[in-house]
Write a protein that binds this ligand. Sequence first.
Ligand SMILES: [Zn+2]
Length: 454
Amino acid sequence: MAKHIRCGHLFDGVSDDAKTDQTIVVDGGTITYAGNGAVAPKPGPRDEIVDASKYFVMPGMTDLHTHLSYGNAMCEEDIDIYASVELRALRGVINAQRVLMAGVTSMGDPGGSARVQTSVRNAINAGMFPGPRINCSGPYVTSRQGLTDYYPTWFGAPSTSIGALVKNMDEAIELIRSQIKDGVDFVKFAMDGRHVNDKGELIAAFSLAETKRMVDECHRLGKKTVMHARGREATLYCAKAGADLIFHASWADAECIDAIVKHKSIVCPTLTLLYQNMTVTQPTDPLYHKVRPDLGSKEWEAAIVSLNRIREAGIPMVTGSEAGFALTPYGEWHWREVEIFHKFLGFTPAAAIRAATSASAAFLNDGERLGAIKAGNHADFIVFDGNPLKNVSLLLEKARLKDVYLAGEPVRIELPPLASKGVSDFSYKMWQDMYTQLRVKALGNKIRHIQAAE
Ligand SMILES: [Zn+2]
């Protein structure tokens, strides 16, 4: 039994414009026809007809930067310590469903705890739970100076941490081989360090020779590499080492851009987290004081310049939202990145949506059959009320998303509301301040009094 979906507008994920009065025919999860409705194959007596003639149909989004193990974390300890890996995996299943229900039919998870990502992916692939198509890495490969090695040397990286600390190249190669044996789709590296040089630039967590050695080993074993690199040096080393995908590249200079072009990396800006930080954090949030919008953000300003140059250099750019933080909860802000590509990075609406569909999907396994609506591809698409080619911001309006199709079937999942508490089993912040006598006196009438018993 085939399905014939009659589309008011159809944007195929690769063109410059949408076409009207189109039909998609789906059989067995695959698109068998997509084009002019007037000359589409005629439905057979047992075929199903879906009337989406009032709606705009386009490929589901591919979000290459969603962290399923983070659990809408409020702090780094939330991410690394408080929840057991078992709870993270269970939580990851439902959070993957939230991602899917937002119209994200494929995603990349570049870094998380233990084997949470591969387990969620495998459970979904085995048909135990509905969920988006997932490609993922294991914990970030990091050094003593790297992002994700947050704790004192006498702790190292806890076993629940999203980072796996390597102390030398032998350990790095052993870790890469273990992760690949455990079934990761790509290997994630924490390339930004946590120290700055005398020019105030971040120092990369690994040397260029080390980066090259590790990337070469991944490639020798047939796996791609994905890199966290905001700083100039980390970005340069990633590109020179031939990394497949670079996240952020906020401080990429001309030398970095030349190396990215030469070694054919792609760039995933993932500006959504920074944007949210600048626009929605409140004075009670510790980060507010670092990213107050009225003070501007040095990184935002640098990134907009660098990423526009990256686009002008013709480097493929793909989308990610960094979902998994309390600031970017699952299922909420994935489409923000498309809006940012259009508003700040010089993409037309069609180009921004192509980045979030066909361009991002191409990075995944089986990517040539994802992210575009054409015969032979997987039937993953969304039915939308409104024309995002006229206004990409509409994509953020949840009520407009009428249906999400995955492998030709509409996805219907009842999800419990997002809870702001209880995402981690022990995590809570007790106080934001130190209440000395001086501090309490300064609070004046903000102090509450208890009546004495009579
Ligand atoms: Zn990330």
